[in-house]
Design a protein around this ligand. Structure first.
Ligand SMILES: Cc1cc2nc3c(=O)[nH]c(=O)nc-3n(C[C@H](O)[C@H](O)[C@H](O)COP(=O)(O)OP(=O)(O)OC[C@H]3O[C@@H](n4cnc5c(N)ncnc54)[C@H](O)[C@@H]3O)c2cc1C
Length: 464
C-alpha cells in the first residue's frame, strides 16, 4: 500500500500503460504516488488505440471465420429457410461496443488505482525543474517523476483529418455508416491492421504503401503471406506509392500520390506513424534531453538525463507497444525504489500484428541472420501440413524458428496464422529462458494442435 510520512513521493505524468502500471509497482513498494492525466486512465492504449482496435478486430475475426464456414459444411439460410442470406456488420453497434468496452476498461483501472491509494489528478502536467510537477495552479513536489505521456497520430499539412471522412485511427469509432470505399494510407502495423479488419467487415479497401511491401518492418516471409491473402480476399494494395495529399469534396475523398496518380474513395484512414507528446512540458528546461523527433532519451532502466526524472512508453520511442511501455515504467520504479531490476531487453519482447492471418514475432529476426548480424540456423514450416490446420480449413501461415548453430539455443521465432498471438508464447519462453530447440521439442504438445508445428520445427533443428 502506498503512503506513510517517510515514503518517497512519486509523480507520474500520463495514465496509459507506462503510467498506471508503474503507479501500481510504486504503490506496492510503499511510495506515495500521484498520477497526472488529461484524458482518463488507460491512456491512448485503452481509450483510442490498442483496446478499441483489438475490439473492432474481434468482430473482424468472427467475419473471417464465418467466411470459411461453407468449407466446413455450414450453410446460412434466411428466415424462410430456403436461401443463403448475406451477412452484414452493423458498424454503429460495433463502434458502440468498442467505446463502451474502452470506457469500462478505463474505469477498472481507476478502481484498481484507488484501491492502492494512488492519487489521480486530472489535468495537463508540466515540469517545473526536475523535482516539481505543475498541473494548473497546483504544484506537486516529487522525489521522482516519471514521464509517460505517450504519442499522438502524425498528420501532414496536406493531409488533415476532418473527423468525418478523413480520419486518424482515433476517429474511426465515430463512424456510424459503413464506408463504401475505404482508403488506408500507410502500411505499417496500424495501417495493415485497419485495412485487414475493414476488409473482413465487408468493406472494399485500398491500402496505399510507400514501400515495396506491406509491413516493411516485419519478417519478409510473413508480410508476403499477408499480402497474398489480403489480395486474394479482394484488397487493392498499391505498393511504392507515396501519398502527396488527401482532400475531400463532398462525399468523395481523393488521395493524390507523388507520381501524379490519384485514387478516390468514400473515406480515408491516415496511418502515418506517431509523434511524441513531449512539447510544451518544460522537459528540456528541467534538463531532460530529447532525441530527434522529440522523443525522450532514456537508458535501459528508463532514466532520463535529469536526476530523478524517468520516462517510459511511446514518448521514448523505444518500441511502441503497450507491453514495453508498462515494462519500462515498472523498471523505472523498481530502479528508483531499490527493488531488483533487470534492464530492458528488446530481444525478449514478443509482439503481434492483428491482421488476418496474425503475425507474431519474438527475438532475433531472419533479417539479422541474412545481414550477418546474427549467426543462426533457420527452419520454416508451413501450417498447411499441420493436421489441426487442415481440420479447421487453415492453409495460410507458417512457423519459423531461429537457433544458434553450436548450442541449439532458440533465439527467435515467427508464427503466422490464426491466433498467432497465443501460439508465440512457447517460443517467447524459450527465448527468455535460453532453452534449446531440443528442450522445446521435448515438451508434449496436444494432438492435434497448431502448437504441434512449433515442436515439429524445433525437432527439425536437432543436430546429432
Ligand atoms: C491503432 C493502434 C493499435 C495498437 N495496438 C497495440 C497492441 O495490440 N498491442 C500493443 O502492445 N500495443 C499496441 N499499440 C501501441 C500502444 O497503444 C502504445 O504503445 C501504448 O499506448 C503506449 O502507452 P503509453 O503509456 O506510453 O502512452 P499512452 O497510452 O498514449 O498514454 C499516455 C497518456 O498521457 C496523457 N498525456 C499526454 N501528455 C500529458 C500531460 N502533459 N499531462 C497529463 N497527461 C498527459 C495522454 O493524453 C494519454 O492519455 C497500438 C497503437 C495504435 C495506434
Amino acid at each position: 500500500m502506498s503512503g506513510g510520512p517517510e515514503s518517497n513521493k512519486v509523480v507520474i505524468i500520463g495514465g496509459g500503460p507506462g503510467g498506471y502500471e508503474s503507479a501500481l509497482v510504486a504503490a506496492q513498494l510503499g511510495a506515495d504516488v500521484t498520477v497526472v492525466d488529461t484524458d482518463g486512465l488507460g491512456g491512448s492504449a485503452v481509450l483510442t488505440d490498442c483496446v478499441p482496435s483489438k475490439t473492432l478486430i474481434a468482430t473482424a475475426e468472427l467475419m473471417t471465420d464465418v467466411s470459411g464456414a461453407a468449407e466446413l459444411g455450414v450453410n446460412f439460410h434466411d428466415h424462410q429457410g430456403d436461401a443463403a442470406t448475406t451477412i452484414s456488420v452493423d458498424l454503429a453497434r460495433v463502434n458502440t461496443r468498442v467505446k463502451q468496452l474502452a470506457a469500462d476498461q478505463s474505469a477498472d483501472i481507476a478502481r484498481r488505482l484507488a484501491k492502492e491509494d494512488v492519487e489521480v489528478v486530472r489535468g495537463y502536467g508540466r515540469l517545473d525543474g526536475p523535482g516539481r510537477v505543475v498541473v494548473g495552479d497546483q504544484s506537486i513536489d516529487a522525489d521522482a517523476i516519471l514521464i509517460a505521456t505517450g504519442a499522438a497520430p502524425r498528420t501532414l499539412p496536406t493531409a488533415q483529418p476532418d473527423g468525418e471522412r478523413i480520419l486518424t485511427w482515433e476517429q474511426v469509432y465515430d463512424l456510424t455508416e459503413v464506408p463504401s470505399e475505404l482508403i488506408v494510407v500507410g502500411s505499417g502495423v496500424t495501417g495493415a491492421e485497419f485495412a485487414s479488419a475493414y476488409l473482413a467487415l465487408g468493406i472494399p479497401v485500398t491500402l496505399v504503401s510507400s514501400r515495396d511491401r506491406v509491413l516493411p518492418g516485419e519478417d519478409a516471409d510473413a508480410s508476403a503471406v499477408l499480402e497474398e491473402v489480403s489480395k486474394r480476399r479482394g484488397m487493392k494494395v498499391l505498393s511504392e506509392s507515396r501519398m502527396e495529399s488527401v482532400t475531400r469534396s463532398g462525399d468523395v475523398v481523393t488521395v493524390t500520390l507523388t507520381d501524379g496518380r490519384s485514387i478516390q474513395g468514400s473515406h480515408c484512414i491516415l496511418a502515418l506513424g506517431s509523434i511524441p507528446n513531449t512539447a510544451d512540458m518544460g522537459l528540456e528546461e528541467a534538463g531532460v534531453i530529447l532525441k530527434e523527433g522529440g522523443f525522450v532519451n532514456v537508458d535501459r532502466v528508463s532514466r532520463t538525463s535529469a536526476r530523478g526524472v524517468y520516462s517510459a512508453g511511446d514518448c521514448t520511442g523505444v518500441l511502441m507497444l503497450a507491453s514495453v511501455a508498462a515494462m519500462q515504467g515498472r523498471i523505472a520504479m523498481w530502479h528508483f525504489l531499490g527493488d531488483t531490476v533487470h534492464p530492458l531487453d528488446l530481444k525478449k519482447v514478443s509482439s503481434n500484428v492483428f491482421t488476418a492471418p496474425e503475425i507474431a514475432t519474438v527475438g532475433w529476426t531472419q533479417q539479422a541472420v541474412d545481414s550477418g548480424e546474427m549467426n543462426a540456423e533457420v527452419v520454416m514450416l508451413p501450417l498447411s501440413g499441420n493436421p489441426r490446420a487442415k481440420m479447421q480449413g487453415v492453409r495460410d501461415g507458417f512457423v519459423k524458428l531461429l537457433c544458434r548453430p553450436g548450442t541449439g539455443i532458440v533465439v527467435g521465432g515467427v508464427v503466422v496464422g490464426p491466433r498467432a498471438s497465443e501460439l508465440i508464447h512457447p517460443v517467447s519462453i524459450a527465448v527468455a529462458e535460453s532453452l534449446t530447440a531440443d528442450q522445446l521439442a521435448q515438451a508434449f504438445t496436444v494432438y492435434p494442435s497448431m502448437s504441434g508445428s512449433i515442436a515439429e520445427a524445433a525437432r527439425r533443428l536437432h543436430r546429432v
